[in-house]
Design a protein around this ligand. Structure first.
Ligand code: ZN
Length: 108
């Protein structure tokens, strides 16, 4: 998958805090694990930084598994289960959780 395409797809998302649409320039690709991609997006309006995990397959609409604000990420950090700043940690995290990933993150 081409990173530019992924950024354009993710730019169709809106900020969960204020509803402002993201811009391609505000989206960073952190890494991916097969079709599961991690991105961080910075809202151009309220400057909330958001971590997005999405399943992106060629020719299909991305399936967003979770989008977490920094405050929500802090909860995971405090729980000692996720260091979101480090892609390698996320890869390890995914290896451990794999099939239960979406369920874990649905417990908001
Ligand atoms: Zn916002």
């Amino acid at each position: 998958m081409e990173e530019g395409l992924i950024k354009r797809l993710m730019a169709s998302m809106k900020c969960g805090v204020c509803g402002q649409g993201y811009e391609v320039s505000n989206i960073n690709i952190l890494g991916h694990h097969d079709d599961l991609w991690f991105l961080s997006a910075l809202c151009p309006a309220c400057h909330t930084r958001c971590l997005v995990a999405a399943v992106i397959k060629e020719g299909r609409v991305p399936e967003v598994i979770t989008d977490l604000t920094e405050a929500e990420l802090d909860k995971f950090r405090n729980a000692g289960s996720l260091t979101a700043d480090e892609v390698l940690d996320m890869h390890d995290f995914l290896k451990d959780f794999d099939g239960e990933f979406s369920r874990l993150f649905s417990q908001k």
